[in-house]
Each structure stands twice: as structure tokens, then as C-alpha cells.
Design a binder for this molecule. Structure first.
Ligand SMILES: Cc1ncc(COP(=O)(O)O)c(C=O)c1O
Ligand SMILES: N[C@@H](CCCC[NH3+])C(=O)O
Length: 458
């Protein structure tokens, strides 16, 4: 008798994820039971080919769509989504640029040999050492976020005899359709110079007073994160092109660059329907062209900064189930609390943003009737939820493996050691091999930070 064929999972999973005829999940050719046996759980798994394919898709789609309107577009991967040295090297191999926002992220880029010219440094409160590191490393663009910083960057650049390329972060006033904590362009939040109250034009004037130290490249806007339509980008682009025109009229300078930021949404569950890189690129190119044509301004060189959309869907967290507790939530509902060996320390997004995820058994299939389950972690918080609502087989039990998809972005990078739970490793899976990108943290790693009192010391 022929075995049942492998089935391919939905787009919430890394491309090509399958359920094998034996019932286990397989990613990049790896049976997750073998991965768990080799590396332990919990573990962040990254499908390397999937990251590469998404990086390539963005690069190609944006260069084609913006090439068609007579300009170029660079893709700066937003390192905050997930960064480590091998990831930075992968991006470099794929021809992307890199957005970092702290000295720590810059240090990873340097370790990877990422050329300074292909790096942008963000941050609303960069320290003097961070600015010095960026300038001496030759970072191509520094995205300036405050009046204090204009003077700080000018004085450091001038002390090093450098004319530093800068962009101004703009608060465009766009109300992005996303969770309040990840919307970043409305007035009442910390990022950027406001367009509405004249701060931006004031900032332009102040940058232009330092021609020996600062070169104004253009404006930068990031309207927020996990956004599914291009409406907000259209409003932001129109406003930005309009001020670029104003700069041309008032100062006689045509600013060569415009950065539209990142924030492109991904599917966390099957209810989410993100745009493809090609759809995004075509829509954004149309938006920029119309905005420029409307005021007769040349189309600037464009950059975008996707983080989540490149790395998010490529990641899956693999857990082991420890307990299953049926809870009589209401007269009608028994909810099965499935506790796994990680939780809010490896994925704080549900606690921070009420983010939705899904999950599937990774070691077997089951014919048992599905039950309403909540996947929770092992931390001392009732908000320690990994997946709020998911249907899982009623015979789920201790020892089962559970996989949660779409955890490649803002999980490892937002992780903590809450309750002294060491952080999971990051394992890169590729056809024919696997490799540890970041090893599992140990209790000794955590204890090593403590400073013992020397004997005889008060
Ligand atoms: C300035 C900037 N660029 C890019 C990003 C990347 O966002 P996302 O990972 O949602 O694409 C962020 C984070 O939201 C950001 O603050
Ligand atoms: N950390 C957020 C996104 C904000 C990114 C930085 N501006 C998330 O997980 O969705």
C-alpha cells in the first residue's frame, strides 16, 4: 500500500512546510522530531531559504517597480526584527542594506563585515558613543530625530573631519491602522519632527547651517508596523514630497533621497492576507510617481525598511508540552490550557500587543476531536499567553511537540530572561543541513553577570 503523500501547510508557515506521511511537521527537509532531539526545546527555527527568498523578492520587486518610474529603490532590512552575525552576512549576500538603531545592532553589523556605506542608523536618543561609532565606521546615513541631535551629530562629524549624510525623521501625522503601540507617525508619540507645527522646516534650516559637517539627504518616514494596506503610505509620501518641494523653493536644494520606512504586515494566522512584495512595490511606486507628478518634483531615490516581512514568516518556535489543564471557563466552554516549556520570555508579543498566533502539533497527527485550547508559558503571569485561541486535538498531552509559526520577527529580539528562564537557541534550517546561529543560553550565562562580594568586603 502506498503511504499518504506529504501535505503542504498554509502561508502562515515557512514556504514548503509539510506534514509528512508519518504525521510530523517538516521544515526545509527537517523532521521537527529530529530537530527537537538534536537541539532540545524550546527553540527558534529559521528557514534560511525562506528568508533569502523574501529578501530577494523585496529587492527585485522594488528595483523593477521603481526602475519603471525612472529611479532606484534600496531595501534596508530593519535589524530590530531579528539580528545576529550570520543573519547580517546573509543579507549582505542577498544585496540588501541594513537599518540599525543602537550601538549594539551596529556592533553586529561590524562583526559581520557589513559595509558602513550600506548602513543607516536610527534612534530617537542615540548616545554620543553610538554617534561616534557610526561616523567613524562610515555609516552612510544617520536618521536624525531631534534638535539636540542635529547639533550633536554636527559637532562629532566636524571633530572627525567628516561630512555626514543625514536624513530627518518626519512625523507625518498619519494614523496607521495598527495597534497603538506600533503606530509611529501620529502627533502624540515620540518619533520625528512634526510637519504640522513647522518643526521639520526648522530642522532643515538647522541642518543646512552645518555644511562642513552635515549633508541633508532627504526625509524619512515610518508610519508604523504590521500594516496591510498602502493608504497610510500614500498620505505620508504626498506630505513628504510636498515638503521636499518646499525645501527646493526655500533653499534651492533638491533632496535626492526619500525613505518610506517599513511596517509591511505578515500573516500570523490564516485570517491575515498580506500584500506580496510585488503588489507593495507597484502600489508604492504609483504613489510616489503621482505625488511627484502632482507638484512637478523629480522622483527621488527611494528606500524602504522591511523587517518583519523578511524574517517573520521564516521563523517557527518549537516547544514541548508539559501539562494540559481543562478549565471550565463558562457553562458552555471548557478551555484546555496547554503549558509549554517557554512563553512570554521568548515571545512577549501577545502580552504587549494582544498579538494572535496559531499552533499545530509537530510530532504527530491525531483523529481526536479538536478542543478549544490556549497555549500558555511557564512564567508567573496569567498574561503569559503564546496562542490565545486555537483548536488542538483533544488528546494533546505532555511530551507532544507544538510548533508556533510566524515567530521569526520580534520574538528573539524582544525576548527576556524573565523568571531566570534562559533564552532558546536560534537554529537555521536549510535543505541538507542545520546550524546554530545563536546557542541556547544557560543558567551559568545568567549567573555570570552577578558580581559576588569579595571575602572580607562589607
Ligand atoms: C524606523 C523603522 N524602520 C523600519 C521598521 C521595521 O518595521 P517592520 O519590521 O514592521 O517592517 C521599524 C519598526 O517598526 C522602524 O521603527
Ligand atoms: N516590536 C513590534 C514592532 C515595532 C517595531 C519597531 N518600530 C512588534 O513586535 O510588532
Amino acid at each position: 500500500m502506498n503511504a499518504a503523500p506529504a501535505t503542504t501547510l498554509s502561508a502562515v508557515w515557512p514556504a514548503g512546510t509539510q506534514r509528512t506521511p508519518e504525521g510530523a511537521l517538516r521544515i526545509a527537509g527537517h523532521d521537527l522530531r529530529d530537530v527537537a532531539a538534536q537541539y532540545g526545546t524550546p527553540a527558534y527555527l529559521m528557514d534560511e531559504a525562506d528568508i533569502r527568498a523574501r529578501a530577494r523578492a523585496f529587492k527585485q520587486a522594488f528595483s523593477e517597480a521603481f526602475g519603471a518610474i525612472g529611479t532606484q529603490a534600496d531595501v534596508f532590512y530593519a535589524g530590530k526584527a531579528f539580528l545576529c552575525t550570520p543573519m547580517a552576512r546573509l543579507l549582505l549576500e542577498e544585496g540588501l542594506s541594513l537599518d540599525v538603531c543602537t550601538g549594539g545592532e551596529l556592533a553586529v553589523a561590524r562583526k559581520a563585515g557589513f559595509p558602513g556605506a550600506k548602513i543607516g542608523l536610527h534612534g530617537n536618543n542615540k548616545s554620543v558613543p553610538e554617534i561616534e561609532d557610526a561616523i567613524t565606521y562610515g555609516v552612510g546615513r544617520l536618521i536624525v530625530d531631534s534638535f539636540e541631535e542635529i547639533e550633536r551629530v554636527a559637532s562629532i562629524a566636524s571633530a572627525h573631519g567628516v561630512v555626514q549624510g543625514v536624513m530627518l525623521r518626519v512625523k507625518t501625522g498619519v494614523e496607521a491602522h495598527t495597534h497603538e503601540f506600533i503606530a509611529t507617525a501620529h502627533e502624540d508619540q515620540k518619533f520625528g519632527f512634526s510637519l504640522a507645527d513647522g518643526q521639520l522646516m526648522d530642522a532643515v534650516g538647522r541642518v543646512l547651517k552645518h555644511p562642513e559637517a552635515l549633508r541633508l539627504l532627504g526625509f524619512h518616514s515610518h508610519i508604523g508596523s504590521q500594516i496591510f494596506d498602502s493608504e497610510g503610505f500614500a498620505v505620508a509620501a504626498e506630505r513628504l514630497i510636498h515638503v521636499q518641494l518646499q525645501v527646493a523653493q526655500e533653499h534651492g536644494i533638491v533632496l535626492p533621497e526619500l525613505d518610506l520606512g517599513g511596517g509591511f504586515g505578515i500573516a500570523y494566522t490564516d485570517d491575515d492576507t498580506p500584500l506580496t512584495p510585488q503588489q507593495l512595490a507597484e502600489q508604492l511606486a504609483g504613489i510616489v510617481q503621482r505625488a511627484c507628478d502632482a507638484v512637478g518634483h523629480p522622483v527621488p531615490h527611494i528606500s524602504i525598511e522591511p523587517g518583519r516581512a523578511i524574517v517573520g514568516p521564516a521563523g517557527v518556535t518549537l516547544y514541548e508540552v508539559g501539562t494540559v489543564k481543562p478549565v471550565h471557563a463558562t457553562d458552555e466552554l471548557t478551555r484546555y490550557y496547554v503549558s509549554v516549556d517557554g512563553g512570554m520570555s521568548d515571545n512577549p508579543r501577545p502580552a504587549l500587543y494582544q498579538a494572535d498566533y496559531t499552533a499545530q502539533l509537530a510530532d504527530r497527527t491525531s483523529d481526536a476531536a479538536p478542543v478549544t485550547a490556549r497555549v500558555v508559558g511557564k512564567h508567573c503571569e496569567s498574561g503569559d499567553i503564546v496562542v490565545r485561541d486555537v483548536q488542538l486535538p483533544g488528546d494533546i498531552q505532555a511530551g507532544d511537540l507544538l510548533a508556533v509559526p510566524a515567530t521569526g520577527a520580534y520574538c528573539r529580539s524582544l525576548s527576556s530572561q524573565y523568571n531566570h528562564v534562559p533564552r532558546p537557541p536560534v537554529i537555521a534550517l536549510r535543505d541538507g543541513g542545520s546550524r546554530v546561529w545563536i546557542r541556547r543560553e544557560t543558567i551559568d550565562d545568567l549567573l555570570a553577570l552577578e558580581v559576588e562580594e569579595a571575602e572580607g568586603e562589607e
